[in-house]
Ligand binder design. Sequence first.
Ligand code: GUN
Length: 383
Amino acid sequence: MHTLNKRTLIKTVALSAVAVAVLAGCGKKEEAAAPAAAPAAAAPAADKLKIAFMYVSPIGDGGWTFQHDLGRKAIQEKFADKIETSFVESVPESADAERVLRDMAGQGNKLIFATSFGYQEYVQKAAADLKDVKFEHATGYKQAANVATYDTKTFEGAYLAGIVAGGMSKTKTVGVVASVPIPEVVRNINSFVLGAQSVDPTIKAKVVWVNEWFSPPKEAEAANTLINGGVDVLYQNTNSPSVLKTAEERGARAFGKDGDMSAFAPKAHLGSAVIDWTPYYSKVVTDTLAGQWQSGNFWWGVKEGAIDLLKIADDVPQDIKDRVAKARAGLKDGSFAVWTGPVKDNTGKELLTAGQVADDKFLTGINFYVAGVEGKVPGTEGK
Ligand code: GUN
């Protein structure tokens, strides 16, 4: 289990062995790979493939970025004598991002992972000039000859969490603290609700948007609003454990997302929908080292071991755990898809007929709430 404490410890040890540079003007840390850990026969640093990661929140966020950084560490260990990794954390989704990308390339990085949706335009701009650098953009949809996109089917984790929520909610009202209104996040909200309604079709849901990926105070405020409104089980699409901690304080229940957040709120925690970026990062490094890197769009889920609901709480009834196991097995062998009709939006319009399975075009364009969710997706009010 990875906790913040362990991470902090690891980082402290790493920092004592490596150079830490403060990038001029932006105050972000860059941590070089740990040469102390390299075996005696390692290739000289100059021969190593330099790989950089750009993160939107701190590596200590306990969720999204923490998990990307676990992937970075895993490849650093696996390809120790062949690669040198570094990262810059807390890079806003603004022109700052383009500057950091160009700086990373200037420092000799030939493979750059940009790990937040809002980096898309900055990746495109930098990549258009820096043709000898391969860019990997997490959760984007714009590719180029030297830009690949990749994501995890986080909605599958949300659905599995929803099953647990449906079995645990007493008020029959679940809630989601939502981040940035893009189809991925709306899809996750809906998938969570579909999972809950697969157990109890009468379940209702409320959503509060914070319009940021990482803002612990706003995430807590949103969680409090939901609890005050009668929600007793919460999900989130934000990066910190703030929602879970708020649930713990308020006697509600909640889930970890992206990382294993169980340690932050042992009483409230119902399970964590954990992403494992390592298989994808390993594939990209293997391909790049072999001179076979290719642009494309990769979207891995439960089937590929990229996401799963872990650490389901002991007090969740066995029949609910069995339902989770059944859905997980179906996702693994392809016999089950989360988005299978009938699915109606919250105005009563049928969007998938009985038995109809959504294709990727449908999934990547979701901008409605399913039946049972209160309100309208931001930007669709009045439509
Ligand atoms: N940046 C930080 N968190 C996220 C997330 O959950 N999804 C996407 N697309 N970008 C992020």
